[in-house]
Design a protein around this ligand. Sequence first.
Ligand code: C5P
Length: 400
Amino acid sequence: MSRLNNRHIVLGITGGIAAYKAAELVRRLKERGAHVHVVMTEAAQEFIRPLTLQALSGNPVHTSLLDPEAEAAMGHIELARWADLLLIAPASADFIAKLAGGHADNLLSTLWLACQSRKAIAPAMNQAMWADAATQRNMALLAQGGAQVFGPAAGDQACGDVGLGRMLEAVQLADAAEGQFQSRLLDGVSVLITAGPTREAIDPVRYISNHSSGKMGYALARAAANAGASVTLVSGPVSLPTPESVDRVDVTSAQDMLEAVMSRAQGSDIFIGCAAVADYRPVAVAEQKIKKNDDTMQLQLVKNPDIISAVTALAQRPFAVGFAAETEQVLEHARGKLERKLLDVIIANNVAVQGIGFNSDNNEVVLVTANDQQPLPLMGKQQLADALIERLAAMYRGRA
Ligand code: C5P
């Protein structure tokens, strides 16, 4: 499966003859499993109709910053957060100048400024315009700002010239986009991750559980695999596809999860406890379905084992990372857990804030260690997972 599978790509199209190749690019990205939203400048719409891109991407095409209806459906900041990659192809000389100047006078240039994820441009222009000192200066500024540059290629140009300035072909651009999701930060490192909720049986048909979707743990598994790690994901019941190259072990209860983790933890280099393990389970599981004969009923619960603490108690313990979902005094409680559970790192988030954490697509966290704390701003869970894995890999490599 492609590394673009399930990735969110915003494709920006600017005005240039190469815009026709953007239609093919959308096809190639979709073919690799990416979700694509297209943003077109006014000039781009002179070369290719939004309807074509809408049909190919399966999503409405975004054209205006000031369209209240479009903004209500998916606002520009939301779109910037949604993107795992913002790719502008083709990027005209004029648009590159706009980006280099930090302008935000249309939807695409505004998105570029607002997007904190991967950003790439595929320039397309006449060879003399490409070679001009102004364009080269603008490109250098964009590269300095962290933008990736795909191409341009040399060859025949629409204007009859021959030289550097042609946009790369759709397949080459899709390959380059795919290359953005690889790193070697965790080459040779084994990572064990728990994700999702656990279910604690009351009787054969009922259970106690919580709203964890597993999204954060799955995103971390994917990010770790993309960084070259060999990843085992011990997962409670969730409805998410297994990320590419990840070894998934399905469990139901906290007890199952503990067993699955303990048989693998000793041989793992990094353990990330992302599961929302149920704190308590019924003392006894009724053999038959409990009948509703009484007006009240009592359930006696017993504390579940703390999986992450069992891992950190091992003589040969992995580098251990926990999560602290809190509703108040977030950092104090997170620090308490860091110390009590003997963790190397704890990732704290405030689940009382709407739109982040549990069952949401976004999250905003603080990465807390014994003598440091690093806040990470609100972003999509996959984007956040990529950023977290980058930092955790640096901490893991830098320790001792
Ligand atoms: O104590 P609390 O549940 O808030 O701690 C959260 C952290 O501990 C998470 O990393 C979670 O995966 C882990 N945990 C665990 N086993 C439990 C409870 C929590 O591994 N029984």
